[in-house]
Design a protein around this ligand. Structure first.
Ligand SMILES: Nc1ncnc2c1ncn2[C@@H]1O[C@H](COP(=O)(O)OP(=O)(O)OP(=O)(O)O)[C@@H](O)[C@H]1O
Length: 335
């Protein structure tokens, strides 16, 4: 089961929303469409379920997935206000004329899965946001979708309830086996839940990668900026070395880069202190945090922020240090 989205484009009137977007969803994956507001994430979901037709490109369902067993759950739940919890959950099966006894048994299964016991006869207005969200998911999962599309499903929930919903989603996915395409602009959520993330910006797919890969190797400056967790050190490339502030660093030079370039240094890079060589820096600020201090260095006028967990000794504001960065850092063209 899965999905193959190939080169789709969509315009509202003359306004281009998405252009040449491609990605695949494999069996049992959680894919997140991740990008700034208005980039076209909901538009892509609507094309997948057939509410909109792409002006170019194709959307192919593979394996057991079909458009019929693909369900879209909207951000605002859209529960029927005049129906009880049990009636809301049963609704889709009723529409499919499933036998009463089977409906009752499957509703009970969903009520148990989503811990909605005792709420079966309540109306949506009598439920908390988290309970409403569970009913909305139960109402979709009872139909045994092969692909579940979730449009910012957890955005209205506080962080504790979100954590609970993540657990529900992962547990249910493992139990009932369906692929998920989720829309989010919450990075923590996208990274925590997704097998792969589709990063969208400027009408296009910028990168499709696992959270780990995105973090280690953002494809370009747009992705790095959107992730927002990198320093950019500008210097000069010479072969496999990179000179910044009079220090030579070993880098992962893709070969085509020469001259001025930017070294990506993730905030969480673990650096060492040395007395010889390394990168010369001045400690500008030190902020205590439970997982280790965040230290801001000045590197010849460029700022380097590191969320370090294991400096070999406490650092003092104003002191000069020499830092050893891990070899093989990623260079991007200078912008
Ligand atoms: N029916 C419509 N007619 C014209 N423009 C529309 C229509 N629906 C959406 N748009 C525009 O298309 C763009 C993409 O909308 P879409 O809802 O797909 O973005 P999104 O990435 O899901 O945004 P958000 O994260 O804010 O939900 C937006 O600029 C929106 O204003």
């Amino acid at each position: 089961m899965g999905l193959n989205v190939k080169n789709i484009s969509y315009r509202y009137g003359k306004r281009e929303i998405v252009n040449d977007v491609s990605f695949v969803v494999h069996e049992d994956e959680i894919i997140t469409l991740f990008g700034p507001s208005g980039v076209g994430k909901t538009t892509i979901l609507k094309m997948i379920v057939g509410m909109l037709t792409p002006q170019t490109g194709t959307i192919e369902f593979t394996g057991e997935s079909t458009r019929k067993n693909t369900l879209l759950v909207f951000q605002d739940y859209l529960l029927f206000p005049h129906m009880t919890v049990a009636e809301n959950i049963a609704f889709g099966l009723k529409m499919r004329h499933v036998a009463r006894a089977e409906i009752d048994q499957r509703v009970q299964e969903m009520v148990a899965e989503f811990q909605l016991e005792g709420l079966e006869k309540q109306y949506p207005a009598e439920l908390s946001g988290g309970q409403q969200q569970r009913v909305a998911l139960a109402r979709a999962i009872i139909l045994r979708p092969k692909l579940l599309l979730l449009d910012e499903p957890f955005s209205s929930l506080d962080s504790n309830l979100r954590q609970q919903m993540y657990e529900y989603l992962q547990r249910l996915q493992a139990h009932y086996h369906f692929g998920v395409i989720m829309v989010s602009h919450d990075q923590e959520e996208a990274f925590l839940l997704s097998t792969r993330v589709v990063v969208l910006a400027n009408q296009r797919v910028q990168q499709v990668a696992s959270p780990q890969e995105l973090y280690a190797h953002p494809a370009n400056r747009t992705v790095a900026d959107f992730l927002g967790c990198f320093n950019y050190l500008t210097g000069e490339v010479n072969g496999q070395t990179f000179a910044v502030a009079g220090s030579q660093l070993s880098v992962n030079n893709p070969g085509r880069l020469q001259g001025t370039a930017t070294l990506l240094v993730p905030f969480v890079t673990q650096v060492g202190l040395t007395t010889q060589g390394g990168l010369s820096a001045t400690v500008q600020q030190v902020h205590w945090q439970p997982a280790g201090p965040t230290v801001i260095f000045d590197v010849a006028g460029q700022q380097l922020k590191l969320q370090q967990t294991n400096f070999s000794r406490p650092l003092k504001v104003g002191e000069q240090v020499r830092l050893t960065l891990p070899a093989g850092g990623q260079l991007l063209p200078c912008q």
